[in-house]
Design a protein around this ligand. Structure first.
Ligand code: MN
Length: 212
């Protein structure tokens, strides 16, 4: 039996798959709790760009590799540059949920080695950017959204290309793969106070990548 949702809504570019409300409420709660556990070892903080800018989202990672940015620039690391310790292991609930989400899609064999976790306070945004620090662009980027709703922007292949706005809400998954893997994307705004999860203010995004 195929998935119970429309994999290819007419208004999204090829390679973008938006699985609305694919995560049950108790799954969302479990993921938020597991994130809290990860952040006890590798706490959220505001990464900086090489030139000294500060991301308004707070970041941490789990997995074999983590994405980090500081005065040395951005890169994937095996060690959390802040603590000198390896990034925490990916919680079992993350892996199990990802497997469930990707079953029945073109990406059921996706085996990420990195999970970047962004926490967007109500006022945070993320400017249009491409994810291009990974070794193999045939591998997708898969994002699970928890907490507050957000306007996710999907652009073209140049920063100046027009973008479309996609509302992402707690329990949604978004796949950027195939022809859309290198599209510019970003977060235009968080909808304050819309998190349905007790104990979670703002938005969490769990970004699964294959770094190497
Ligand atoms: Mn990105």
């Amino acid at each position: 039996m195929g998935p119970m949702y429309d994999l290819f809504p007419a208004n999204l570019p090829s390679g973008i798959v938006h699985l609305k409300s694919i995560l049950a409420k108790d799954t969302q709660d479990a993921l938020a709790r597991a994130t809290k556990q990860v952040s006890k070892t590798a706490e959220f903080s505001h990464a900086r760009t090489k030139s000294g800018g500060i991301y308004s989202a707070e970041m941490t990672n789990c997995g074999e590799f983590g994405w980090w940015s500081d005065s040395q620039g951005y890169r994937y690391t095996h060690i959390d540059p802040r603590s000198g310790q390896p990034w925490p292991k990916v919680p079992k609930s993350f892996t199990e949920t990802l497997t469930m989400v990707l079953a029945g899609t073109d990406h059921s064999d996706f085996r990420p080695d990195a999970c970047l976790i962004n926490h967007y306070p109500d006022t945070a945004k993320m400017g249009l950017h491409q994810d291009k620090d990974e070794a193999d662009f045939s591998q997708p980027i898969v994002t699970l959204s928890l907490g507050a709703a957000a306007d996710f922007l999907i652009g073209g292949f140049k920063r100046s290309d027009k973008s479309i706005k996609l509302l992402v809400e707690s329990g949604d998954a978004l796949i950027m793969g195939g022809k859309s893997r290198m599209r510019f994307h970003g977060i235009r705004k968080i909808y304050p106070g819309t998190s349905p999860l007790p104990g979670l203010d703002g938005r969490l995004s769990l970004n699964f990548r294959k770094a190497t």
